[in-house]
Design a protein around this ligand. Structure first.
Ligand code: SAM
Length: 293
């Protein structure tokens, strides 16, 4: 029941949060020797793999490949994203994991053919980009290889993983979770028994992993919203204090008294008020300044 554990790293990039319990579970039963992720960003999916490896005590080497500059779908970002992840990663996982800061194509040279047991592709999501990544990395998959594709169910904003998924699911045994933008699991290796894993997965109640995943997702969202609420409340308090300060100034009090007097001497909707307004306009030189009366 390892997959019931709480993920230790959840950032505000939440697109993968719903899949974390299933990732825990999958790594637990597959016990892969080599895990590679293409597309890591702030590390939510990758660090869930690392957490599973560390906590389960599996003998696994892990690599994350990313240039850490972003892309059209995740947005472009600066060095702080990589630096923050590097700090966290090195503190807990550097004895069995490495962050490879480079393009996916550059990363290929570090892995021999048929070596990767568990590959997660989550880089650029256009059809052309994900097909390119899939085609180049497929020969690296071992005989026990399992390949994960994120966003198999996202169809707007030029996402094209679903188009590739339509083709791949006809070729390889697969499982697809439609929630969390879709996570497709392809059993590309010949040695891995898809039937066994599918049977175990189906032995859970329907929507079991969805429920676990949604709990992770909404718990974090709740935490972030509470944080924003605290920040907004603090801002409201400081604005209220500033407002009270302004209202205590001599200028503000004088202005208030002046307008009070104007209303007394020249009641609105009277000829006297019209005359007063005319005088003010003349003084202003008809420059169309803000009408204060
Ligand atoms: C959708 S994000 C990854 C999300 C991550 N898996 C998570 O759990 O939140 C995609 C990442 O892929 C990286 N990326 C996209 N295309 C790339 C390429 N060709 N080479 C290296 N990195 C790439 C981007 O820098 C970005 O950080």
């Amino acid at each position: 029941m390892y997959f019931l554990r709480e993920p230790r790293l959840l950032t505000d990039v939440n697109s993968w949060h719903m899949h974390i319990p299933f990732a825990f579970y999958l790594i637990g039963i597959l016990q892969p020797r080599l895990i590679v992720e293409l597309g890591t960003h702030r590390g939510d999916s990758y660090c869930s793999f690392l957490q599973a490896v560390a906590d389960l005590g599996i003998d696994t080497k892990c690599y994350a490949v990313d240039h850490w500059t972003g892309d059209q779908h995740s947005g472009y970002y600066g060095d702080e994203v990589y630096n923050e992840l590097r700090q966290y990663h090195d503190k807990f996982y550097s004895d069995f994991s490495q962050l490879l800061r480079m393009t996916f194509d550059e990363g290929l040279q570090y892995f021999s053919e048929k070596s990767i047991d568990f590959l997660h592709i989550d880089g650029e999501h256009t059809y052309e980009a994900v097909k390119h990544d899939f085609d180049l990395w497929l020969p690296k998959m071992s005989e026990s290889g399992v390949l994960l594709l994120h966003d198999t169910d996202k169809k707007d904003k030029n996402f094209g993983v679903y188009r590739l998924w339509e083709k791949l699911k006809k070729i390889y045994p697969s499982i697809n979770f439609s929630y969390g933008n879709g996570l497709g699991i392809l059993f590309v290796g010949t040695k891995i028994s898809y039937e066994v894993i599918n049977d175990i997965t189906k032995s859970f109640p329907p929507d079991f992993f969805r429920a676990l995943g949604e709990r992770v997702y909404f718990k974090k969202k709740h935490e972030l919203l509470n944080y924003q609420l605290d920040a907004t409340t603090a801002e409201l308090q400081s604005t209220t204090a500033e407002l009270h300060m302004i209202e205590r100034t001599i200028l503000w009090r004088a202005a208030r008294k002046f307008y009070f007097l104007v209303d007394k001497l020249f009641p609105s909707n009277t000829r006297r008020r019209q005359w007063y307004s005319l005088m003010v306009e003349r003084i202003k030189g008809g420059r169309g300044e803000h009408n204060l009366i």
